[in-house]
Design a protein around this ligand. Sequence first.
Ligand code: LLP
Length: 483
Amino acid sequence: MLDSGTLMTITTESAAVAAGLTSAAVVATTPEAAGPYELERDIESPNRNLTPISSALDAKGRLQVGGCDLADLAQRYGTPLYVLDEATLRATCRAYRQALEAHYPGPSLAIYASKANSSLAISALVASEGLGLDAVSSGELLTALEGGMPAERIVLHGNNKSREELTLAIGAGVTVVLDNWHDLALLDELAPAAPVSLMLRLTPGIECHTHEYIQTGHLDSKFGFDPDQLETVLRELTRHPWAQLTGLHAHIGSQIFELQPHRDLAGVLADALALARSLGHPVRDLNVGGGLGIRYVASDDPPSIQEWVRGVAEAVHQACQQRGLALPRLLCEPGRSLVASAGLTLYRIGSRKEVPGIRTYLSVDGGMSDNPRPITYQSQYTAVLVEQPRAGASERVTLAGKHCESGDILLKDLALPPAQSGDVLAVFATGAYNASMASNYNRIPKPAAVLVHEGAADLVQRREQPEELLRYDLLPERLAPVT
Ligand code: LLP
């Protein structure tokens, strides 16, 4: 989340080297010049890579993922195209599961935060790996259920849930995260006949270093109950026969590289657990949220999934031991670190504009409507030409989107070999918070998504068609065109 021009240049150069660009000028300025990007891949912890774990170069040096040639995919499915690598997705799911089993002596469950990327295919895949799922709306909930995620592994979050969302959740038997008094009032109105499994969300008062829009654990947050309300709400819950408090939850933020705030959270949650149990709630689950960061550019150095899980698991274990508490089931809610590095976006280069002495713009056929993260959080990315990902860089370009907005810039200072209109470019690590945050700004249809695995590509989201964008428009008769 750097916004300094100087820093950004250095970071982008580093990224170019790690991604295989071997220009001497680039190599000379960076400490990460140790090797081409394929050698840097961490198979155990895909969040530490720029590229999906199945990435490879064919005999001609063209980039493949999941055994599929990326230029062919662009040709076959069109661009922009979201590509998701099944091997990486499964590897991250397994990394979370296995690390929890290895480092936590009690039961555990990793829950996928589906706001990062919600689709039937991802829900089904994550369910098949034995994970649970966090949904925050009827849309995400229906997607999870239709994708085969068992209701008992789903939690419904949200700081302003509607009656409809709560009704759907109760009917399906998913756990509801009680975020505020309004949730409690609505649930009471719905007067559930059967017990409802509730997880209480606290604002833990923990600050962490990340973009202010994605900090959630500090006290000035719209999410969760303040610590000083905890006892009141716990006492109140004992008066609602339908309410079954099964868990406590907190989430401190996203794209975090530090482990300490996550460790600190364990103490806050263990105190809350002690209080809840002392008031007669047989609380089973402690949910520490998500937040582990990923590598977007080579200079990013996030902890591995194993280090993060170990830090959290040891802290929770220790905090419970210190307070003499029977070990709860440990839940965590990774979103970005589970899906981001499995994804990349293919674009086709179109127009070029040279502003002499200032910069060269290369425009692609997508932009802020399929990836709003650069314009929203000044996020940085890494990109290569798919047919020559390791060719030496000959110029620096600004990669622009096609939307009518000057700020629609996907990458600043991208080092590229000679690139021409028609070339296909891959932007890495777009598996999280891209498709799920996509819009139809400028009435641009949303891209298709394919899941690649062992040489096969399956379309998992169909490309939106321009006509479909008119589907919800209604034209009052008095405005109807006169024919
Ligand atoms: N649990 C809760 C309650 C959350 O609010 C979130 C993310 C997660 C889990 C997953 O966090 P993760 O593991 O992905 O860091 N749109 C922003 C990110 C917003 C995150 C919102 N909450 C971005 O593009 O960076």
